[in-house]
Design a binder for this molecule. Structure first.
Ligand SMILES: C[S@@+](CC[C@H](N)C(=O)[O-])C[C@H]1O[C@@H](n2cnc3c(N)ncnc32)[C@H](O)[C@@H]1O
Length: 258
């Protein structure tokens, strides 16, 4: 067989293989079209989800996180859980925008240094957070976030080091809190500040509870031993966990003698 003929066979073989792989890829991508949870579809049909939230969901690389935030806000509204919203760890306001757009009339407290992490908080970090520098997440500011959220009167920005920025805030109650601060110190301080002020049925979500953020995990694991609730795992991209404040047990189940 001449070398030319052999080359021709090889080219045919490789093209056939590429074609097969292409067909398989197309088939798999058609079969794995992203799903939408049923209640989301129903709300979308009824026009109950704002257009820009639908656009945000389409572009999001973590749709499960978007659905979960939407579910929790729906539940809080339907169950009339009282209290403000809060976020600790705002950066440029991406998740804050979603929370605010889904409940624009709830008072929303935003806590961030807007200058990145505190050097002392980074000192003892291990895992992913040990690679952080204090100026990671420092390329933002309060005004940028205020503009992104539409300069609403319901937004209260507390710029500076948390928990120092809670001094003098008075008797606040919260229904939904998103803690997205990556490190042991702010996450621990956040759980200790927000949990006692959380309404019954209110939820604290902690983002990034994965093996990669070791300090943050330790803060959650330590805190959970001090309260009656368990953590609820959300299978989103970076492992959100939630604490939903228990209702008191009904008298009939309290174990009291009848
Ligand atoms: C991962 S970013 C938040 C991302 C944001 N939720 C979003 O949707 O893009 C973490 C943020 O936590 C803030 N942070 C960390 N420790 C803090 C502290 N002790 N006080 C205030 N902000 C803090 C950082 O400044 C940073 O902006």
């Amino acid at each position: 067989m001449s070398a030319l003929l052999l080359l021709e066979y090889l080219i045919y073989g490789a093209s056939g293989l590429l074609l097969l792989l292409g067909v398989k890829y197309l088939w798999l991508s058609l079969r794995q079209r992203p799903y939408h949870p049923d209640p989301w579809l129903k709300a979308r049909e009824k026009g109950d989800i704002p257009e820009d939230v639908l656009r945000y969901e389409r572009k999001s690389s973590d749709k499960v996180r978007v659905y979960n935030i939407w579910y929790q806000i729906q539940r809080i509204q339907q169950e009339c859980v009282k209290g403000d919203f809060a976020e600790l760890g705002v950066y440029k306001g991406e998740s804050a925008w979603l929370m605010h757009t889904l409940a624009p009339t709830r008072t929303f407290h935003l806590f961030d240094t807007f200058k990145g992490f505190h050097k002392d908080d980074l000192k003892y970090e291990t895992g992913e957070a040990a690679t952080y520098d204090w100026h990671d997440f420092a390329d933002t500011d309060e005004e940028l976030v205020r503009r992104k959220l539409g300069n609403s009167q319901h937004i209260q920005i507390h710029a500076g080091y948390f928990p120092d920025t809670t001094d003098g805030l008075g008797d606040l109650t919260f229904s939904l809190v998103n803690i997205d601060a990556d490190l042991y110190a702010p996450v621990s301080a956040g759980l200790n500040y927000f949990y006692p002020r959380l309404s019954t049925g209110g939820v604290i979500m902690v983002h990034d509870y994965t093996y990669r953020w070791e300090g943050l995990r330790r803060a959650v694991d330590e805190f959970i031993t001090t309260i009656p609730e368990n953590i609820i795992h959300v299978p989103d991209r970076f492992g959100t966990v939630m604490i939903i404040k228990n209702k008191p047990a009904p008298a009939s189940q309290s174990g009291a003698p009848h």
